[in-house]
Design a binder for this molecule. Structure first.
Ligand code: HEM
Length: 414
């Protein structure tokens, strides 16, 4: 069971006894103070056991190479018991292929992966550019406004409406359901307070999606996600919970992640003004900067696996049934894998060598689409605005899983 969050003071990351180190504490991310906690674990206890946390006991894998090791052994480290540290009672679990193992995972993944086939991406690029341009042209000058609300959420929500071919004027429904799906009950601002409330809201999502399914299941196949699921051999007979779970996966997958990469990129450039000028002088650097933004932000802090058998890793014995968190946010700052990991470098050599999209059989389906959105957005930004000033520190998500920015006030000089 998941216990209420403890509000003990966090202490000094370098002096806290190792057996008290719990990097799943959402305050580390809300207050943006996680860096040294993970540096400590990478140095002193890279495969680390936390006996007590709000999520119960769990292991943390914090070095790049160990994360790759776990990612590439799905026969030992299973996704089927859930991908976040929260243990959901069975009656609330909505099946989705990110939380399945082969062979079912592979079959369902293959149904939706054509959405990001090169011809579909090429088709979407024009729409993304036109929508990005409209959003940017509508921004105020010489006035403080919230970048997250006006740009990051708006662009990703418009994109989701396109992927689902969901009624455009109701697109904010999708943002709302995505927020509900990932909300942390312990966050004072959480949208729902318990599993029952969450399930009620998500049922409303399934109810709204059903007519779209019914309309498309008997029509010729189209290149949107609902039509693909309705026509997929392995997905067309999904039960209602499975349909709900798959919709949540596709909504959350394409929403919070890209949204937070859009906000995180601007925050990174603000903190590295020399890199910002380098970019302004040479917009040709954008395609290489985009994966660096995704590494820098690491929009998903970790993914969880569950050991199916006892396994030795880094001199520790992980027991069958133990939860294991692969901390991408830590692997992406591991100096043994990424030179000068705490610097944001717009022309970093080998920028795609990061863990933000995971690795192995679950590697993000939408990675090229996310890169495409960010690339087009930055191209359109640089065409219009020589500089966007961030006027105060961003407000951050209270979560160890979604590494996000909830508000970021900016100003565009006239
Ligand atoms: C899986 C991150 C954008 C759809 C994942 C995983 C991560 C991730 C970490 C799990 C990888 C693993 O367990 O090894 C991100 C980031 C994004 C992004 C950082 C943006 C910067 C998207 C988009 C879509 C999407 C735009 C929508 C099409 C999915 C799906 C999966 C997934 C469907 C499940 C794949 C599977 O289990 O086989 N993503 N994602 N993601 N992502 Fe993304």
């Amino acid at each position: 069971m998941n216990a209420p969050v403890s509000l003990e003071p966090l202490g000094d990351p370098w002096a806290t006894p190792l057996d008290r180190v719990n990097v799943s504490d959402a305050r580390l991310f809300r207050d943006d103070i996680w860096y040294d906690w993970f540096a400590r674990l990478r140095r002193d206890d890279p495969v680390h056991y936390t006996a007590e946390s709000e999520f119960g006991p769990y292991w943390s894998v914090t070095r790049y190479k160990d994360i790759m090791h776990v990612e590439t052994r799905p026969e030992v480290f299973s996704s089927a018991s859930g991908i976040t540290l929260l243990t959901q009672p069975d009656e609330y679990r909505t099946p989705m292929f990110i939380a399945m193992d082969p062979p079912k995972h592979d079959v369902q993944r293959n149904v939706v992966s054509p959405i990001v086939a090169p011809e579909n991406l090429a088709r979407m690029a024009g729409t993304i550019r036109q929508r990005a341009a409209t959003i940017l042209d509508g921004l105020p000058r010489n006035e403080t406004f919230d970048w997250v609300e006006r740009v990051s959420i708006e662009l990703t929500t418009q994109m989701l409406a396109t992927l689902f071919d969901y009624p455009f004027e109701r697109r904010r429904d999708l943002t709302y359901w995505s927020n509900v799906a990932v909300t942390n009950f312990n966050d004072p601002d959480s949208l729902v307070k318990n599993d029952d409330e969450r399930l009620d809201e998500l049922r409303k999502m399934a109810t709204a999606m059903m007519p779209l399914w019914n309309e498309r299941v008997n029509a010729p196949p189209r290149p949107d996600l609902i039509s693909m699921l309705a026509h997929g051999e392995s997905t067309r007979h999904m039960d209602p919970m499975e349909f709900m779970g798959t919709c949540i996966l596709l909504i959350v997958g394409g929403n919070d992640t890209t949204r937070n990469a859009i906000s995180g990129g601007l925050w990174a450039l603000h903190n590295f003004p020399d890199e910002y000028s380098k970019l302004r002088d040479n917009p040709g650097l954008i395609p290489g900067m985009v994966p660096e933004i995704i590494r820098w932000q690491t929009p998903i802090g970790y993914m969880r696996r569950t050991a199916l058998s006892d396994y030795e890793l880094g001199g520790k014995t992980i027991r069958a049934g133990d939860k294991v968190a692969m901390w991408y946010i830590s692997g992406n700052r591991d100096p043994d894998a990424i030179p000068e990991p705490n610097r944001f470098i717009v022309d970093r050599p080998r920028p795609r060598q990061h863990l933000s999209f995971g690795f192995g059989i679950h590697r993000c389906v939408g990675n090229r689409l996310a890169e495409l959105q960010l690339t087009i957005l930055w191209e359109e930004i640089l065409k219009r605005f020589p500089v966007i000033e961030v006027v105060e520190k961003p407000k951050r998500t209270y979560s160890a899983f979604v590494h996000g920015i909830t508000a970021m006030m900016v100003r565009i000089p006239a």
